[in-house]
Design a protein around this ligand. Structure first.
Ligand code: C2E
Ligand code: MG
Ligand code: MG
Ligand code: MG
Length: 292
């Protein structure tokens, strides 16, 4: 009897009859619910941005921040972008969400500028936003509406965007570069792409992935990789930022290796726009050290 067979399979072959695994059902349900919730999250204004300072080592000051999206789900609380961004990428919602991120970041940072703090903002972009083909127009509109200059906007892309190699993606990168935006390669060292794009594409900055920084100061392999990335970046004319700096010892060794900028919990967690503004005001008044 079919039902009996299923019944046995449920207990004997958990790996084969995954549909019966309670944890998978739970996961599938969560994903389905999240997808529904994600569809109305923009309109319900459940997203907001936080900003993490990037410390420029040549001046010792905060010259830029990275914008990071947050989702406050009304029932489930905070949901990590590591969970909902991949989902938004798979169902196309990343297009409107990504545009919201760009517009909000530019608007908030333009407000800081009006208050006397001309910082640059780095925004994370997904491959689909480049493939979409209208990113340049969207960015131009947003800059016009918010009054932010192109030089104050930086795009953080990953190797997956570069590996795309679609004509639209490459053209969009060139257009953004010509407009005067900076382009930064995020999570550098973790992707699978060839390095030939480094000489072909208009890049400005490499962000050393946190996984290498976390090995410092003791892990000699991590240090060797970081040294190699800094020297590669320098000889190609890029700046190099280290992400995930959590300790003074890590900051010191990166400074000693002539890394250009540092970002991480050691200096500051990502914080609200108001909080950044308050910190910038305070530093301006005291003219003290720019580290937070
Ligand atoms: P990412 O772009 O590499 O961002 C850095 C992540 O590391 C952030 O996590 C940040 O909060 C975290 N971080 C910063 N300093 C430290 C540190 O010292 N130690 C540790 N352990 N972590 C640190 P978050 O905000 O959860 O974002 C995760 C990822 O989600 C981002 O990685 C990015 O890939 C993606 N993401 C976030 N916001 C956006 C967005 O607006 N658009 C897109 N497309 N992706 C986004
Ligand atoms: Mg990033
Ligand atoms: Mg990163
Ligand atoms: Mg990362």
């Amino acid at each position: 009897h079919a039902d009996t067979a299923m019944y046995h399979a449920k207990y004997l072959g958990r790996d084969n009859i995954q549909f019966y695994s309670p944890s998978l059902t739970h996961q599938a349900m969560r994903r389905l619910n999240m997808e529904t919730a994600l569809r109305r999250a923009l309109e319900a204004q459940e997203f907001y941005l936080v900003y993490q300072p990037q410390l420029d080592l040549s001046t010792g000051r905060i010259l830029s921040v990275e914008a990071l999206i947050r989702w406050a789900h009304p029932q489930q609380g905070m949901i990590s972008p590591m969970e909902f961004i991949p989902l938004a990428e798979s169902n196309g919602l990343i297009i409107p969400i990504g545009e919201w991120v760009l517009r909000t970041a530019c608007r908030e940072v333009a407000h800081w500028h009006a208050r006397g703090h001309p910082l640059r903002v780095a925004v994370n972009l997904s491959p689909a936003q480049f493939r979409h083909g209208v990113l340049t127009d969207i960015v131009r509109d947003i800059l016009q509406d918010t009054g932010l200059k192109a030089a104050h906007l930086e795009m953080e892309i990953t190797e997956s965007t570069l590996m795309d190699e679609s004509a639209t993606t490459l053209q969009t990168l060139r257009e953004l570069h010509e407009m005067g935006l900076k382009i930064s390669l995020d999570d550098f060292g973790t992707g699978y792409s060839s390095m030939s794009y480094l000489k072909r594409l208009p890049l400005h900055n490499l962000k050393v992935d946190r996984s290498f920084v976390s090995g410092l100061p003791h892990d000699t392999e991590s240090l060797a990789i970081i040294k190699a990335i800094i020297s590669l970046g320098e000889s190609l004319g890029f700046t190099v930022t280290a992400e995930g700096v959590e300790t003074l010892a890590q900051a010191e060794i990166l400074k000693q290796q002539s890394c250009h900028a540092l970002q991480g919990y050691y200096f500051s967690q990502p914080v609200s726009s108001d909080r950044i503004l308050a910190l910038l005001d305070k530093h301006k008044k005291n003219d003290g050290p720019a580290s937070i």
